[in-house]
Design a protein around this ligand. Structure first.
Ligand code: SF4
Length: 213
């Protein structure tokens, strides 16, 4: 029997917190309906063409409590749910599972992207808490972005052909309505912007999904 080896990141983040790269309150290009999106900090895959290389370092960026994330999502009556993106959400699976549990208790749905395959997440050597997070998810987009298999199609919910939409809650089977080949630009009160969605040909400096000064 193989034991889960704790990732060094497991001890860097205080219990009850998620280390974020960013959060937006409303998006319609990161899952079904209008939803909040959190991008977690930390990913070790270094995929060529990654939309979000600033999310790679495993270092403390922005610690936000589980309570604050849940309150942010539930404070928006138009929200259908939340999407976890990254970075790699499954390196922070225990805290995100708790976020998901509380959001689902309020009747909303939860989706996550991951660079792991579903099969890898179901193995005994998956990241700590992976099974708990999987049990909470309604939708999972699994597999890393593979630049040589990129899809530029306004009807595709995934960005490269190796990725799969895993419907873990059959009630959402008809809700695969978003398209990855779209962008949103969010202008914040301080004048800064967050750009999210597929941006490969628009923004070569990799400013996807983070604040642009
Ligand atoms: S798994 Fe995702 S976040 Fe990580 S390097 Fe690949 S594309 Fe970027």
């Amino acid at each position: 029997m193989m034991n889960v080896v704790p990732h060094p990141y497991d001890t860097l983040i205080p219990p009850g917190y998620v280390n974020l790269m960013g959060l937006i309150k409303k998006s319609t290009v990161n899952g079904p309906g209008c939803r909040a999106v959190v991008w977690v900090q930390g990913c070790d895959r270094a995929c060529p063409g990654c939309f979000n290389p600033a999310s790679w370092p495993f270092e403390i960026n922005q610690l936000v409590s589980i309570e604050e994330i849940v309150e942010t999502v539930l404070s928006e009556p138009s929200h259908e749910g939340i999407t976890f993106s990254g970075g790699e959400p499954f390196w922070q699976a225990p805290a995100l599972a708790e976020v998901a549990r509380r959001i689902k208790a309020a009747g909303l749905n939860v989706m996550s992207f991951t660079g792991f395959t579903l099969e890898a997440l179901q193995r005994q050597d998956a990241p700590t808490g992976a099974a708990d997070l999987l049990a909470q998810l309604d939708l999972l987009i699994d597999g890393p972005y593979v630049q040589t298999q990129a899809i530029h199609d306004p009807t595709s919910p995934v960005s490269s052909r190796n990725q799969r939409v895993r419907v873990l809650n059959s009630a959402l089977r008809d809700r695969i309505t978003w398209a990855s080949d779209q962008i949103e630009i969010h202008v914040l009160k301080d004048g800064s912007r967050i750009v999210t969605g597929y941006l490969g040909s628009l923004d070569p400096d990799g400013s996807w999904g983070r604040k642009i000064p």
